[in-house]
Design a binder for this molecule. Sequence first.
Ligand code: GLN
Length: 320
Amino acid sequence: MEKHELQSLIEDLHGKYQSLDEGEVATYIPELGKANVDDFGVCLVTSDGRIFETGDCDRPFTIQSMSKPFTFGMAIEELGQEKVLQYVGVEPSGDAFNSIELQSGTNRPYNPMINTGAITVTALLHARHGDRTFDAVLARFSAAAGRPLTIDEAVYQSECRTGHRNRAIAHLLLNFDMVHQEAEAALDVYFKQCSILVTCHDLAIMAATLSNMGRNPLTRHEVFDIRCIRDMLSIMFTCGMYDYSGQWAYRVGVPAKSGVSGGVMAVVNRQLGMAVYSPPLDMHGNSRRGIEVCVELAARLGLHAFDCLNFGSSFLKVVL
Ligand code: GLN
């Protein structure tokens, strides 16, 4: 049988970018510094559950900041948009993911895709679930991936020991009444959520769950209420790639989120979830190979939300 066009395409891109020898593995969480710079996986999952993958798609790594859209979605679903937006904004910060700044006037974090906002969101979940918060987060992430996930205890301990900047953020938020008095307990949940182990394969399924309006396309489980998907994807579109988000929207044009472990996941609304794993990062903290693969996939398949030339031709013809 002839190889599927999408499978050939990702194998080509994997071959082309394997030799791209740029970027640095994150070391500010010491345990992440042990990542293998050559690990490289690319996985696509269509919204109707077809899987195309190549390279290291079964190698586990920690989800890190790619946890942020999912906890935000949980908060929107469980607490409602109005309540969540009292505590966190929807504006790109134009700054690094770990910057210590809040919006003037409201003292809210700029958005939930950076650490200030994500810690606030986790604290909102903690105010609701208390000691069971992490279990609720893990259950939801597992449903999105379609299998029971676990945490990397060594990465969690490493971040607990060295996460002084995040601790400072939690206390700043406490000072401004953006988190409740159990800020430390909420921060502990945040460190744990970042330490959840996924593979590139899992991440692409999680992205495909969002592309399929909240329903996991393989298990058919409704993981997120359809009403919070728009909130999740629009924040990923404007704020998901740190202070590269504007360039990403311009060049790739789909909602996405990256993490310092070297993962990038992207969502083509109602069509496709994509994930790339490759640990070396660029100056913004985005996977170096991940960016290149996604830019080229978007161009070759006409994935950009505002693509007028390709849309409806190459990609839809191949997949739908
Ligand atoms: N756990 C990391 C932190 O909070 C996540 C950062 C990231 O992936 N950008 O610093």
